[in-house]
Design a protein around this ligand. Structure first.
Ligand code: PLP
Length: 222
């Protein structure tokens, strides 16, 4: 049962950790079932799915965009998202800033880091990210707020490896906090951990976990 899964996970979370219920490929009725037991934070990974859901569902839902985001899709989601967790280039960030300005908003963004073994995963390296944060182009952006980092561990049975990768995300957060965001309390989120690895992520310092199939059941697609 969706409502029981939501309650069970939320009750087990330590203070300071929040659940993003990943509702991709699940219908509005399933989202409403989670909503009814108090869940307000949901994650979607496709623009064409997020927009109709955001239009149809209660307005106090906060939508996090968690999937790889193409620049040409930003304009569709800009009115609806409370946070884009998957920022992986300055090019994308500039477009988010532009579309946020068009809607008179500031959009929260997490910087995604590549820590997994798989080449197919997206994200900055720490050096690429430093270069961006030092650039004038970045400093001129007014309609985005960088609120933390996001990462995905390798798909692996090896808990030690997963722990090593999550620790790398946490250390990246610490380094960026010290170098670029020391005077910004809003830089505070570490989003990591999915259905199969979120307990490890919590031990490694996650503040946001993103759980989909553990709530809504197995999906046909990733
Ligand atoms: C699908 C997805 C999740 C949730 O995955 P589950 O294994 O179903 O919990 C989390 N994060 C991202 C980026 C995803 O695409």
């Amino acid at each position: 049962m969706i409502s029981e899964n939501i309650k069970h996970i939320n009750e087990s979370l330590p203070a300071g950790v929040r659940l993003v219920a990943v509702s991709k490929f699940n219908p509005n009725e399933s989202i409403l079932e989670a909503y009814t037991v108090g869940q307000r934070l949901f994650g979607e990974s496709h623009a064409q799915e997020l927009v109709p859901k955001a239009e149809a569902l209660p307005k106090d839902i906060r939508w996090h965009f968690i999937g790889h985001l193409q620049t040409n899709k930003v304009k569709y989601i800009a009115p609806y998202v409370s946070c884009i967790e998957s920022v992986d280039s300055l090019h994308l960030l500039k477009e988010i800033d532009k579309q946020a300005a068009r809607h008179g908003r500031v959009i929260n963004c997490l910087l995604q880091f590549h820590v997994a073994q798989e080449e197919t995963k997206f994200g900055f390296s720490i050096d690429e990210c430093r270069e961006m944060l030092q650039s004038d182009d970045f400093k001129n952006l007014k309609n985005i707020s960088i609120t933390g980092v996001m990462g995905m561990a390798s798909i692996s049975e090896d808990a030690t490896q997963i722990e090593r990768e999550f620790t790398q995300v946490k250390e990246t957060f610490n380094a960026l906090k010290a170098e670029f965001f020391a005077d910004k309390p809003s830089f505070c989120e570490i989003s990591m951990g999915m259905t199969h690895d979120y307990p490890i992520a919590i031990r490694c310092g996650a503040t946001l976990i993103r759980v989909g199939s553990g709530i809504f059941g197995e999906r046909m697609y990733k």
